[in-house]
Every structure is written in structure tokens, then in C-alpha cells.
Write a new protein. Structure first.
Length: 263
């Protein structure tokens, strides 16, 4: 391993990186953690070594994702404390997800991981896979890629410019907040997609009756209009569970609701 790689994985460098990402000063972090800014400085430069409790405390104050808290612990010389199990191994979690997905029928619902890879979906969500090239459906299926790829939903969205203008900034912010390089790469890939004949610079000016930007999807001779909500598990201590998100799709008008109820 090179000296650069070692430095990048040192506890001090990781702590500094997360503190700067959160735009928190050494003084403010020290106050929240109950130590001096001088001690924070010593931790970042390697002149002081943290206890395991201090690593966990600092990670909590900086809202570091559980996966990266384990990295901080390992870099400080401690064993990871947050487990990472497969969803299928956690019966209660799997049961909860199955009930949520089934209970949302006849409308689409799906579960994704931190990188927006599909973990589970209900029957109605199959509409997002219709007519999609096989290579986009190879494991792991990425929901964000399906949403904007010109040969997937990106080619069926009638308000593509509006939806894209919301999804890409959200993905970029998620990459910055989480420190997940996979999301940064995914953002750059999606931002590079081209759509012949589509003006991506069209700005949507909300009208007096607008609440949110719906997904307006061409479905044969119909137009389905939907909005989404995203839910996560509260107080997770497992890495996998902390990264799961449940996205549910809701009809934005009665015509769309009836179309799903008829299927």
C-alpha cells in the first residue's frame, strides 16, 4: 500500500475529511464532543490517539454513516462495531419490507440500497422494467439509472427535463453527504446521458396549484402521473438496514389511480 493510501485511511485524515465535509470547525466539534479544539487538532494530526468511545462520539456528532463509522474505528485500531448482514438473514426486517411492498399494491413500491441498487420490489413495479434492454436489468439493477437512461424510463418521461433537474442535484448532494464514491460516479454517468430532441434546459415554473413535480410517464395511449415518498428505518445499528430506503409511488390524479386499479 502506498504512503498516500495509508494517509487517506489514517484516523486523523478521515476525521478531518468528515469534519470538513460537514463544515464544522475543530472548536465546534470539540464543544459538541466535550473535548478541546486542541485535542481535535491532535487527533487529526496523529499526535493523540482516540478511545473507541471517542471515535463513536465524534462519528455521531458528525452524522457519519454506519459503514464509514466502521472505517473510522478500524483506522483508529479498533474492530468494527456495526454489523453488516444480508437482508434475507434478518427475518423481522424482511417481513416488514414484504408487508410494506405488498400493502402498497396496486401502486409501485421498491426498496433500494445506498447506491440506489434494487433490493426488492412489488408486482406493480414491473412497469419500470417494461421494454428496458437486458443489460440494464443485469444485477445489480440500479433504480436511478433506470429512471434517467434514455432506453429506460428516461425515454418515457414526458417531463424529463423537470425530473432530471430534481434527481441529479439530489444524487450529487447524497454523494457529498455520504462520502460514497459510487454515487459520485453514478451522478457523472447520468449527467452525461443525451436525449435527442429534448431540451434539458427547460425550467419548470411552479403554478399556484403545484405541490411537487410528478413523474409523467407515457404508457401506451395513457399518461400516468405519479409522485413518490421515501422512507427509512429508524435508529438502525446494522449497516445494511441503515442504508435501505423504501420508495413508494402514488397516483397524482384519479385517472392514474384507476389505471393501476384496473391492472
Amino acid at each position: 500500500m502506498s504512503a498516500v493510501a495509508v494517509e487517506e485511511e489514517s484516523f486523523g485524515a478521515l476525521l478531518r475529511s468528515w469534519r470538513q465535509r460537514r463544515r464544522v470547525s475543530q472548536l465546534d466539534l470539540g464543544i459538541e464532543a466535550g473535548v478541546s479544539s486542541r485535542h481535535i487538532s491532535f487527533l487529526e494530526t496523529g499526535r493523540a490517539r482516540p478511545s473507541r468511545e471517542m471515535v463513536v462520539k465524534l462519528a455521531e456528532e458528525l452524522e457519519v454513516p454506519l459503514r464509514h463509522r466502521n472505517r473510522l474505528l478500524v483506522a483508529a485500531g479498533f474492530a468494527p462495531v456495526y454489523p453488516e448482514r444480508e437482508v434475507r438473514e434478518m427475518h423481522a426486517v424482511r417481513q416488514a419490507l414484504d408487508k410494506i411492498l405488498a400493502g402498497h399494491e396496486p401502486y409501485p413500491a421498491l426498496v433500494v440500497d445506498a447506491a440506489w441498487n434494487l433490493v426488492a420490489a412489488n408486482t406493480a413495479a414491473a412497469m419500470f422494467m417494461e421494454g428496458v434492454p437486458a443489460e440494464l436489468l443485469e444485477e445489480p439493477v440500479n433504480v436511478m439509472r433506470l429512471s434517467l437512461h434514455p432506453q429506460a424510463m428516461g425515454g418515457r418521461l414526458l417531463n424529463l427535463a423537470e425530473v432530471r433537474a430534481h434527481l441529479l442535484p439530489r444524487l450529487r448532494r447524497q454523494a457529498e453527504v455520504s462520502g460514497d464514491g459510487r454515487l459520485a460516479e453514478l451522478h457523472d454517468e447520468l449527467a452525461a446521458y443525451t436525449y435527442p430532441g429534448v431540451d434539458l434546459n427547460v425550467a419548470h415554473v411552479p403554478g399556484p396549484g403545484d405541490i411537487l413535480v410528478p413523474l409523467r410517464i407515457a404508457a401506451g395511449d395513457r399518461v400516468l402521473s405519479m409522485f413518490t415518498t421515501i422512507a427509512t428505518f429508524g435508529t438502525p445499528v446494522d449497516v445494511t438496514v441503515s442504508e435501505l430506503a423504501i420508495e413508494t409511488f402514488w397516483p397524482n390524479d384519479e385517472e392514474t389511480a384507476q389505471a393501476f386499479r384496473r391492472n
